[in-house]
Design a binder for this molecule. Structure first.
Ligand SMILES: NC(=O)c1ccc[n+]([C@@H]2O[C@H](COP(=O)([O-])OP(=O)(O)OC[C@H]3O[C@@H](n4cnc5c(N)ncnc54)[C@H](O)[C@@H]3O)[C@@H](O)[C@H]2O)c1
Length: 352
C-alpha cells in the first residue's frame, strides 16, 4: 500500500499535534508544510523531515505529490482553503470550527460533495478512546434516551490573543473556540438530533486580562494582546427537535477559582460524565450505582485523541471510507454556533 503524502497548512501551535501523529502513522508521509511565516514553516519542515516548504497554500495544493492536507490555520481561512483543496483533488482534515458562518459551511459542503473527496473535521473530542467507549454504550442503549446535557469549558485565564481575539479572523471567542468542542461532543453523544432553537448570552466584562502575572496559558503563535474584539464568556440553551436540550457555558476568562471542565449527559436509563472523569450512573435492583470504567486515562487525553483522529483520517483516505466527523456535522455545528451569537446579539431566542 502506498503511503498517503501529507501537506500541513499552518504550522503554528496546534500543528505539532497533527505532525507528531502523522509521524507516528506508518501509512503517512509528511511531504510538505506551508505557513505565511516562512521561518515557522522551515522549522516544522526540518523537525518533521518534510521535503517541500511553501508560503502560499495555492502552490502547495498545485503540487501533485500531495494526496491530503491538514488545515491548521486561522478560522477565517478554513472555508477558502478547504474548498480550494478539494477542488485541487486533495482530501482534507480541517481543524475546528469548520469556518465562521453557515453560508461558508454550506459552500464547503457543496464543494466537498461535488469533488467526491473526503473532508474530516477535527472534532478531536470524538476521537478520545473514552468518548468512543461511551458512544458504543450509548448506541447499545445503556443510557436510554438522552434528554439533557450540560457542559462547561471555563478558562479562568486563557484568551490566546492574536487572531483568536480578532473576531474577523476567529468568528468569535470562547464559544466558537473551546465551546465548540463540548457542544459537538454532547451533540454527537445525543445521536446528533436536529437543533431547532437557541437562547444565548455573551459577555465582554473582563477584557483579555493580559495584565495578569504568574499564570501561563495557551497562546496563538503570533501572540498579541493589543486587540480583543471577542466575548470573554458566553452561555446558551440549545433545544432539539426530539425535545432534548443542551446547556453550555464557555469562557476565555472569568473570576473562577480554577479552570472548569464538565461534560455530563442524562438519559432515562442512565447518565454519564465525560469530563473531568468518566463516570457511568445507573439504577439496578432499586439502587443507584456509580461506575468508573477502567481505561487508560480517566478523562480526556489530548495526544492519543489526536493520534486516533489522524489514524482515522489516513484510514479514510486509504480505504475511501466516511469520517465519523463529516462535513455535514460541521454545518450543523455552525448553525448552532451562529444561532448562539445571533441570539446573544438580539437578546432573544433564535429559531434555527
Ligand atoms: N483541536 C484542538 O484542540 C485545537 C486546539 C487549538 C487550535 N485549534 C484550531 O487550529 C487552528 C490553528 O490554531 P493555532 O492555535 O495553531 O493558531 P496559531 O496562530 O498558533 O497558528 C496558525 C498558523 O496558521 C498560519 N496561517 C494563517 N493563515 C494562513 C494561510 N492562509 N496560509 C498559510 N498559513 C496560514 C499562521 O501564520 C500561523 O502560523 C484554529 O482553527 C484553531 O481553532 C484546534
Amino acid at each position: 500500500m502506498k503511503p498517503v503524502q501529507i501537506g500541513v497548512i499552518g504550522t503554528g501551535s496546534i500543528s505539532s499535534l497533527h505532525l507528531d501523529a502523522y509521524k507516528n502513522n506508518p501509512n503517512a508521509i509528511i511531504y510538505a508544510v506551508c505557513d505565511l511565516n516562512e521561518e515557522r514553516a522551515r522549522a516544522a519542515a526540518e523537525k518533521y523531515g518534510a521535503e517541500k516548504v511553501y508560503t502560499d497554500y495555492h502552490e502547495l495544493l498545485a503540487d501533485s505529490g500531495i494526496d491530503a492536507v491538514s488545515i491548521c490555520t486561522w478560522n477565517n481561512t478554513h472555508a477558502e482553503i478547504s474548498i480550494a483543496a478539494v477542488q485541487a483533488g486533495k482530501h482534507v482534515l480541517v481543524e475546528k470550527p469548520l469556518c465562521r458562518t453557515v453560508e461558508e459551511a454550506l459552500q464547503v459542503q457543496r464543494a466537498v460533495e461535488d469533488s467526491g473527496k473526503i473532508l474530516q473535521i477535527g472534532f478531536v473530542r470524538r476521537y478520545d478512546a473514552n468518548a468512543q467507549m461511551l458512544k458504543s454504550l450509548t448506541e447499545s442503549g445503556e443510557f436510554g434516551e438522552i434528554y439533557y446535557a450540560k457542559a462547561t469549558a471555563f478558562r479562568r485565564l486563557g484568551n490566546p490573543g492574536g487572531w483568536f481575539a480578532d473576531i474577523e479572523r476567529s468568528g468569535g471567542g470562547p464559544l466558537i473556540d473551546i465551546g465548540v468542542h463540548v457542544i459537538d461532543l454532547c451533540w454527537y453523544m445525543m445521536g446528533r438530533p436536529k437543533p431547532v432553537s437557541v437562547s444565548a448570552n455573551t459577555y465582554r466584562k473582563l477584557g483579555n486580562r493580559s495584565n495578569v502575572e504568574h499564570l501561563s496559558f495557551y497562546k496563538a503563535a503570533d501572540y498579541d494582546a493589543s486587540k480583543n474584539t471577542v466575548e470573554d464568556m458566553g452561555n446558551a440553551l440549545i433545544r432539539f427537535e426530539n425535545g432534548a436540550s443542551l446547556a453550555v457555558e464557555a469562557s476565555f476568562t472569568i473570576h473562577a477559582k480554577d479552570n472548569e471542565s464538565f461534560v455530563k449527559l442524562y438519559g432515562d436509563k442512565g447518565g454519564m460524565e465525560i469530563d473531568p472523569e468518566v463516570v457511568i450512573v445507573t439504577e439496578k435492583n432499586n439502587t443507584i450505582i456509580n461506575s468508573y470504567p477502567q481505561t487508560d486515562h480517566k478523562g480526556f487525553h489530548f495526544e492519543s485523541a489526536f493520534q486516533n483522529e489522524i489514524n482515522h483520517f489516513i484510514d479514510n483516505v486509504t480505504n475511501g471510507t466516511k469520517p465519523i466527523s463529516p462535513v455535514e456535522d460541521g454545518v450543523e455545528i455552525m448553525k448552532i454556533l451562529c444561532g448562539i451569537y445571533e441570539s446573544a446579539a438580539s437578546g432573544s431566542e433564535v429559531k434555527l
